[in-house]
Design a protein around this ligand. Structure first.
Ligand code: URP
Ligand code: ZN
Ligand code: ZN
Ligand code: ZN
Length: 478
């Protein structure tokens, strides 16, 4: 068992910060000590195997990205990051746990969908991983199977009000699934967009010859997100299910969440970096020599990028401050332009939906600290502490405290990170949705359960380091 002392850094939690030494014993955190402490009469620094000097740096709990899609079959292709490449990229960016979405497709048994996901991930991950369950076919068999998911350490499931013919559930199916959520304490996660209406709008746009990527965002109007969010809230209220709305991007959807929360309903929401930083106008303006107007396909995701003129981005930052939104995940769902996004040349409906950001979430959110949108403590809370509490990992992940897994990031506020093309990131993508972003801050050292896996420019981890996380029920439920 290796012992490590991380000395002199500013240890940041969701509730405060202090200069302290962190003692790691094997895979867990043993103690948070005053700098230069002695333990049982001996100088701690002199008695450990390894000392990491963190003076002038932040020492934070490793990031938890609770919304990823490694190897997701989608839109006639498959998300380009495997569990191996995607979790390694996550580690480079200071994320030490992911919760990915196991998929039950239409006609498939839930158990088989989950087993297939275990097969994809087992032995391949660089960091610890858990699963939510996508239920793409709510029927009597799957409802029964869902009741057994908590025993498997899968304490949340996702339903889709979008994508008719793929993952879509109608209101009757949602109601039944939410009754399972109420009975079991599993969190209902919702993709809240009115899919059937969106599909009509999309068809009409294509009929008018409006096929460029930008029209993806026009078809998926904010009204469709507001309406679905409200409907999900009301179905959750009726059934008593706890509700977590994923990838919130419209300010009107946030208003719905705030309204429900103010009434005391158990409703939560996340947003993603793309909805904080990127906009529909920039997507409209995107053009390159290689791709022409199809350049905009790089930012096709659902929910879509929103109008900056309508100030959706400002509303997302505000909601992160007021706690109307509780977390930031990436919805990491990468596709290459070549052979993948390209499938939608001439018809935006055929562009596989998704953006890759897993490597940049901690950095991008730290920019919110730099620009004064959020505090240092809120940064840690949004990216690590709340995800752990929300998804049944409290005590093990999301905080630097005795007994917790030693998932720790040493973050240098005086460092710098340039995000460029595929050459400067580690995700399996042939472009970056974040090309040109300059970050004031740098992930210096990453420990995953006590093992240093990133040390400056060196990757020291290995495929298979990561273990499956059997999760408990959410700490947000009573
Ligand atoms: O565009 C997205 N979000 N792709 C991933 C699937 C989903 O809906 O989360
Ligand atoms: Zn979704
Ligand atoms: Zn997603
Ligand atoms: Zn550095």
């Amino acid at each position: 068992m290796t012992t490590t002392l991380i000395t002199g850094g500013t240890v940041v939690s969701a509730t405060g910060r202090a200069v302290a030494d962190v003692l790691v014993d094997g895979e867990t955190i043993r103690a948070v000590l005053e700098p230069g402490s002695t333990l049982l009469g001996t100088d701690v620094a002199a008695s450990v195997d390894r000392v990491i000097d963190a003076a002038g740096k932040y020492v934070i709990p490793g990031g938890i990205d609770a919304h990823t899609h490694m190897q997701l079959p989608f839109g006639g292709t498959e998300a380009s990051d495997t569990f191996e490449t995607g979790t390694r990229a996550a580690a480079w960016g200071g994320t030490t746990s992911i919760i990915d979405f196991a998929v039950q497709t239409y006609g498939q048994r839930v158990e088989d969908g989950l087993a297939a996901w275990h097969e994809k991930a087992a032995g391949n991950c660089a960091i610890d991983y858990g699963f939510h369950q996508i239920v793409g076919d709510v029927n009597e068999d799957s409802l029964a199977a869902m009741r057994r998911l908590p025993d498997e350490g899968v304490s949340s499931f996702k339903l889709f009000m979008a994508y008719p013919g793929v993952f879509y559930s109608d209101d009757a199916q949602i109601l039944k699934a939410m009754q399972v959520s109420r009975d079991t304490g599993m969190l209902t996660m919702m993709h809240a967009e009115n899919g059937p209406a969106i599909d009509v709008l999309a068809q009409q746009l294509v009929d008018q010859g409006k096929t460029d990527p930008y029209y993806h965002g026009i078809a998926r109007a904010w009204e469709m997100e507001e309406e679905a969010t409200h409907r999900a809230i009301m179905l959750a209220k009726l059934t008593g299910a706890p509700l977590y709305v994923v990838h919130v991007s419209a300010k009107q959807a946030v208003e719905q969440l705030a309204w429900a929360r103010d009434k005391g309903q158990n409703v939560y929401g996340e947003t993603c970096p793309q909805y904080l930083y990127l906009s529909l106008e920039e997507q409209l303006g995107a053009e390159s020599e290689q791709w022409g107007h199809f350049e905009g396909a790089k930012w096709v995701c659902s929910t879509p990028l929103r109008s900056r003129e309508e100030r959706h981005q400002d509303a997302m930052w505000q909601a992160l401050r007021t706690n109307d939104l509780q977390m930031v995940s990436t919805d990491h769902c990468p596709f290459c332009m070549k052979d993948q996004k390209e499938l939608g040349l001439g018809d935006f409906r055929k562009i596989p939906n998704g953006i890759g950001s897993i490597e940049h979430r901690m950095d991008l959110m730290y920019q919110g600290v730099v620009t004064g949108e959020i505090t240092l403590e809120r940064w840690v809370e949004l990216t690590s502490t709340t995800p752990a509490r929300m998804f049944g990992l409290a005590g093990r992940k999301g905080a630097i405290q005795p007994g917790a897994d030693a998932d720790i990031v040493v973050y240098d506020p005086n460092g710098h990170t340039s995000i460029g093309l595929e050459k400067t990131h580690h995700m399996n993508m042939d472009y970056s949705a974040w090309e040109g972003y300059e970050i004031d801050g740098h992930v210096d050292t990453v420990l995953s359960r006590g093992k240093v896996i990133v040390d400056g420019d060196e990757y020291l981890g290995a495929k298979g380091d990561g273990r499956f996380l059997k999760r408990g029920l959410s700490s947000y439920l009573v």
